[in-house]
Design a protein around this ligand. Structure first.
Ligand code: ZN
Length: 257
């Protein structure tokens, strides 16, 4: 797990007092194999960009079915229980963020579970039983778990290369976020629904902006990038390169699967 101090540092410099919660993502670092695959895609993407050929794009707009699993410790808001309008607000936030990049999300189903173990230990011992019981659909379908809380992290996701169809860990595929991150949720500074946008970025194959061997240069932190660690209000964009990488992973790992 990586924590990023630079966000807090920047906020302190502007006189804003940091909240007790900082963005922390539990998605593990990419494996060596994943990094190698991404490098290979990068070569292909560069070649395509030179010819202006975007044939790696599956379609003008790819629509991803989403199965939402609300997992709360009780049937109250404080227990993490969400309404159907909270869920549709979350899907809308994802659609707004991904629309410029050719991806849309459609709600395929929502289920509600009260289980205090699953609701609080999904980043740990409850991940396996919770996902085994609740995951639906195919590898091209996004399973989004909205759980009460996971301690210090706001969310985590699986990468496209780690739990494919036919694999024994297929059921682990998906995105888990704290329910307080939905639009209007309880987590101040992180309640515009953009944690799910960030975690879906991992699910599509993206790393953090600060991962993958950027050594040496300091540079300016890309705080507006969805794959950085920042407040929801700072999130604005993916780069063209990230968009190409999403397309490459989608075509090779999830499309039609
Ligand atoms: Zn992350």
């Amino acid at each position: 797990m990586q924590f990023k101090a630079i966000v807090l540092g920047a906020l302190a410099a502007t006189g804003v007092i940091a909240e007790d919660i900082v963005r922390a993502c539990g998605t593990h670092d990419p494996t060596d194999a994943h990094i190698e695959q991404s490098k290979q895609f990068a070569t292909e993407e560069a070649a395509l960009a030179l010819t202006g050929n975007e044939s790696f794009r599956v379609a003008a707009t790819t629509t991803v079915k989403v199965y939402v699993h609300v997992v709360a410790s009780s049937q109250s808001k404080s227990g993490g229980y969400l309404s159907t309008s909270d869920v549709s607000g979350q899907i809308s936030a994802m659609n707004k963020a991904y629309a410029p990049y050719g991806y849309q999300f459609t709600l395929a189903g929502t289920d509600f579970t009260v289980n205090s173990n699953w609701a609080t230990n999904a980043y740990g011992s409850a991940e396996e039983p919770m996902k085994k019981a609740l995951r639906k659909g195919n590898y091209a379908d996004l399973n989004l778990y909205l759980v009460k809380d996971m301690g210090s992290i706001l969310g985590f996701a699986t990468f496209p290369d780690e739990s494919g169809p036919g694999q024994s860990n297929f059921h682990l595929d998906g995105v888990v976020v704290a329910s307080g991150t939905v639009p209007g949720g309880s987590l101040t500074n992180f309640n515009l629904g953009l944690t799910s946008v960030h975690e879906a970025g991992h699910w599509f194959g993206l790393y953090h902006t600060f991962q993958g061997g950027c050594s040496g240069q300091g540079g300016v932190d890309p705080i507006h990038n969805y794959m950085d660690y920042t407040y929801d209000t700072c999130y604005e964009e993916f780069t063209a390169g990230q968009n190409a990488r999403i397309n490459s992973y989608w075509k090779n790992y999830r499309a039609g699967k």
